[in-house]
Design a protein around this ligand. Structure first.
Ligand code: TRP
Length: 453
């Protein structure tokens, strides 16, 4: 397999957009965005998050896709192709391989909860229950070690099953059906939220910026989440870009992926917060938020059980289209660099992600009191380590590499894709050279206390 020419490519442009949007759109949008918005006080946080996505995330996405498209190899190999064979820049690839692997380990835990909720909804578990009772169901699930580990494992089996089959068939075909369905259902939930008595409070919470609530942690969370939600900083877009042909227009692809991603996050927030306020719940309840609020909406709706099943099914699929992109990073590394077979690599890495993820699964029950990691549980620690530090750092190095070490012609190439856009070049150059790395550096230095007296 080493260096073999028979490398997969996306079947169509649309197929790529849906796969890349499938990677971007996931638990980050529907589970994480609402709950960290809730924890960081709403409006001002949402604004900073949008600014981070447009000024930092989008330019870096273009650079990552470009590295992949040029290299046509795994994340580490791409740097060897673009530079010298043993170039130091390969560390960006390795960092990405490690980050996406760690990410998969705890992502599978949360996605597993979603699997469980499909079954609970299918058995009519939410119907006719009060908001408090539904709230309590989440606690019951996560406090059962056997249950969460079982679902975490099931989710990884599904992920492995798809990745083993390769890039094209499964992912592209399924994305074309599932992503539009998810979108429709979210629209429905959004309308339902807008008609609820909490609509006004929800809208105000999300769009009325109160800058007094912007703590240093909020800034870090917003920046980290911009990377998380766009699947950046962990070599995912490098890997997906490596299955693109040389003529792809990276700017228009990136813009579309980014807009779809933003839209889904905002819809999810606008579906969830009105319900939170109408039901008298707290917006800052943390990782359980979507699991505790969405079933409440459905419990009082006609065909509520069916819609609830559909919602958690689609949430599971959204998670799956993201988790396969995480696993693909390390699988393609073993396949392209070490000459392993795809089957063996996928099984080994999927199994390893399961083992590494077990302490995360147990962080809500057995290991809930085990907090030697700066007072955090294992789950919280790995989540913060990856989302708040490793992803921004990975993005930082990509930006420094593309902004400072590329020749102008290569940057032009990343931007153009054969189109004539001379006016955009200086904008992109400033963003990737100064703004993106500067923002990451400031926020990280601020976080480690550099600017405190
Ligand atoms: N973007 C996905 C989400 O929002 C998660 C994800 C997939 C990801 N691949 C990634 C995050 C790579 C960071 C890096 O759910």
């Amino acid at each position: 397999m080493k260096g073999s020419g028979a490398r997969a490519q996306w079947a169509s442009r649309l197929g790529f957009i849906l796969a890349a949007a499938g990677s971007a759109i996931g638990l980050g949008n529907i589970w994480k965005f609402p709950y960290i918005t809730g924890q960081n006080g709403g409006g001002a946080f949402v604004l900073v998050y949008l600014v981070c996505i447009l000024l930092v995330g989008l330019p870096i996405m273009m650079a990552e896709l470009h590295i992949g498209r040029r290299g046509q190899r795994d994340a580490v190999g791409c740097f060897a192709v673009l530079e010298k064979k043993r170039t130091r820049w390969r560390f960006i690839g390795w960092l990405g391989v490690c980050s996406s692997f760690l990410l998969l380990s705890f992502y599978a835990v949360v996605a597993g909860w979603s699997f469980d909720y499909v079954l609970q909804a299918a058995s009519g578990g939410f119907q006719g229950r009060s908001a408090e009772e539904i709230n309590a169901l989440f606690g019951q699930l996560v406090s059962s070690p056997a249950q969460v580990v079982f679902w975490q494992g099931s989710f990884l089996v599904a992920t492995v099953g798809i990745v083993i089959g390769g890039v094209r068939g499964g992912i592209e075909r399924w994305s074309k059906i599932l992503m539009p369905l998810l979108f429709l259902l979210l629209l429905l939930l959004f309308l339902r939220g807008m008609l609820s008595p909490g609509a006004r409070a929800g809208l105000e919470f999300m769009f009325w910026p109160d800058f007094a609530k912007l703590t240093p942690t909020a800034l870090l969370d917003a920046l980290g989440h911009a990377f998380f939600t766009l699947s950046l900083g962990a070599a995912t877009m490098i890997t997906y870009g490596s299955y693109l042909d040389q003529k792809a227009d990276l700017l228009s692809l990136s813009v579309r992926i980014t807009l779809l991603d933003i839209m889904v996050a905002l819809l999810a927030g606008l579906a969830i917060f009105p319900v939170v306020f109408a039901a008298g719940l707290e917006p800052n309840s943390g990782p359980g938020l979507v699991f505790q609020t969405i079933p409440i909406v459905f419990s009082t709706m006609p065909f509520g059980s069916v819609l609830a099943v559909l919602f958690f099914l689609l949430l599971s699929f959204a998670a799956l289209s993201s988790s396969i992109s995480m696993l693909e990073v390390s699988v393609s590394y073993l396949v392209d660099e070490k000459g392993w077979g795809r089957g063996a690599s996928t099984l080994l890495l999927g199994g390893a992600a399961f083992v590494v993820g077990i302490p995360s699964a147990l962080s809500f029950n057995r290991l809930a009191e085990f907090t030697p990691f700066f007072g955090q549980t294992f789950f919280d620690f790995v989540n913060a380590l990856v989302s708040s530090y490793l992803l921004p750092l990975g993005g930082f190095f990509v930006a420094v590499y593309a902004g400072w070490f590329w020749k102008g012609s290569r940057r032009q190439d990343a931007l153009d894709g054969g189109k004539d856009r001379p006016w955009l070049y200086p904008v992109w150059h400033v963003l990737i050279k100064y703004v993106a790395p500067g923002a990451v550096a400031l926020v990280l230095l601020n976080q480690i206390g550099w600017f405190r007296p």
